[in-house]
Design a protein around this ligand. Structure first.
Ligand SMILES: C[S@@+](CC[C@H](N)C(=O)[O-])C[C@H]1O[C@@H](n2cnc3c(N)ncnc32)[C@H](O)[C@@H]1O
Length: 455
């Protein structure tokens, strides 16, 4: 028994997992990643992209394994009756992700599969993934129309080969074509068929050999990728569970476009509270080049920032940064965020549910630049930490600090008044109790039988 050689896939952490809450393809991501690393295709084409879970799996492997490929994603981005019809937001989301991570080698072709066909010469595609409409007529048409475009030695993937429900007939096409080519089938995640086209000699690449030249290890290979898929799913669920059950908060950054700060131009990530984290949030190109806004949490919390940095994604150039050495100047907190100290860290208190901090405008950014926002941050929801901070607060607090102090002082006054009331009630209660005791005593005496003098 040979060892499965695909360690790249075992280490793979997808940037895009279950986008839009759809995870039909998630289970094949480790294989997609490993296949690209092994095949090293020059041209990758996907038919049927939707949110791009599969497509960006290929792209991430191209990126991380330095594969000199160009990738094309073909879709109308309107949906159809099986995937469901969807709105413009899906294309915008895919477009942003593509521009942020894969712009140098990946192109989105927004048209029908038939319209895209003439753009590719025969025998030029190394890896073709077909995942459009799943009726027999549609998938058979797509397969036969695109087959001549695939290079000898190229690979075609077909999703949903094990689905047996009305109008999902990829399995029928698969039964016809699989015996005609060297092929392999995965049964998990709705099934993925893999076929190798043409007569080219099979390279000495271990994964390709296992796929197309070995029947003994087929089951082991299937189990290996199904297991990696389970690991990804388990990790995702664990992360989700941690977020919901722990004290996690969401850190969010906004690009400032012509319409100001919009959800469309924001990215966010959940973080665990109570420990220092370094994170990078990517703002897609076109998010605007006005001042970036940071929303460090959406809840009352103590927020410490040791570093904020903005880089241009295309070349990594630092466009702006601040830390304890440079000072934390030029930051504009919103009403819900008080800056308490600008020493070793930028020490802040979010005393509402909409804490925001606007960073200075960027001098050297163009509107189309994708940006990377690096943060070194600790968010603490344990509010008892606030007390020593307030005790040592500076003599001349800034406006938000003053308002914060006023609020705390007002609370302290309310508290003292309540204590005094409580004390008064207690004293009244004691007085009443002693009056009741005295009355009872008197009563006892009156009830006693009168002394009868001896006759
Ligand atoms: C099942 S989804 C693709 C799922 C995707 N591969 C993933 O990883 O989640 C099918 C997509 O194919 C597109 N589509 C179907 N038939 C098409 C055609 N003939 N031309 C262009 N797009 C098409 C739909 O718009 C839809 O977004």
């Amino acid at each position: 028994m040979r060892l499965i050689p695909d360690l790249a896939a075992a280490r793979f952490a997808p940037r895009r997992y279950r986008p839009g809450g759809i995870g039909n393809w998630s289970g094949h991501l480790p294989f997609a990643y490993g296949l690209v690393a092994a095949l090293r295709p020059a041209v990758i084409v996907e038919l049927g992209v939707h949110y791009g879970e599969s497509y960006f799996g290929f792209c991430q492997s191209v990126d991380e394994n330095a594969v000199p490929a160009v990738c094309y994603a073909v879709d109308t981005w309107t949906g159809e009756w099986q995937a469901g019809f969807y709105g413009e937001n899906v294309f915008q989301d895919v477009e942003s992700h593509n521009r942020l991570y894969y712009a140098p080698f990946s192109q989105l072709l927004r048209c029908t599969f038939d319209e895209a066909l003439p753009r590719f010469a025969d025998g030029t595609i190394d890896l073709l993934h077909i995942d459009g409409l799943h009726t027999y007529e549609a998938v058979a048409h797509d397969f036969h129309a695109w087959l001549p475009k695939v290079k000898a030695g190229g690979v075609v993937l077909l999703h949903d080969i094990v689905v047996r429900s009305p109008e999902f007939d990829v399995w029928k096409l698969w039964e016809e074509i699989a015996p005609r080519f060297p092929s392999f089938e995965f049964h998990h995640s709705l099934g993925l068929g893999v076929i190798r086209i043409g007569e080219a000699p099979l390279p000495e690449e271990p994964l390709l050999r296992l796929l197309f030249d070995s029947y003994r290890e087929a089951e082991q290979l299937r189990r290996y990728y199904a297991l990696l898929a389970d690991v990804l799913e388990y990790r995702a669920r664990l992360q989700e569970q941690r977020f919901h059950t722990s004290d996690a908060v969401c850190v969010k950054v906004y690009g400032c476009g012509p319409a100001g700060y919009e959800e469309r131009t924001s990215v966010s990530t959940p973080i665990e509270t109570g420990r220092w984290r370094r994170l990078t949030l990517g703002l897609p190109g076109g998010s605007g080049h006005g001042p970036v806004r940071l929303d460090p949490c959406e809840t009352p919390a103590v927020v410490d920032l040791a570093e904020i940095q903005i880089r241009r994604a295309s070349d990594g150039a630092v466009l702006w940064r601040c830390d304890s050495a440079s000072g934390f100047d030029g930051l504009q907190p919103s009403r819900d965020l008080a800056i308490l100290d600008r020493g070793e860290t930028l020490h802040c208190f979010s005393h509402g549910f909409d804490a925001q901090m606007t960073l200075p405008p960027l001098a050297n950014a163009a509107p189309g630049d994708a940006l990377l926002v690096d943060l070194w941050i600790n968010v603490e929801k344990e509010l008892s930490r606030l007390i020593p901070v307030l005790e040592g607060s500076p003599a001349e607090p800034s406006a938000p600090e003053a308002s914060l102090r006023e609020r705390v002082e007002a609370l302290a006054r309310d508290n003292a008044a309540l204590r005094a009331d409580l004390e008064r009630v207690r004293r009244e209660q004691e007085t009443l109790a002693s009056e009741v005791r005295a009355l009872a005593l008197q009563n006892d005496r009156t009830d006693e039988p009168p002394d009868i003098a001896p006759a």
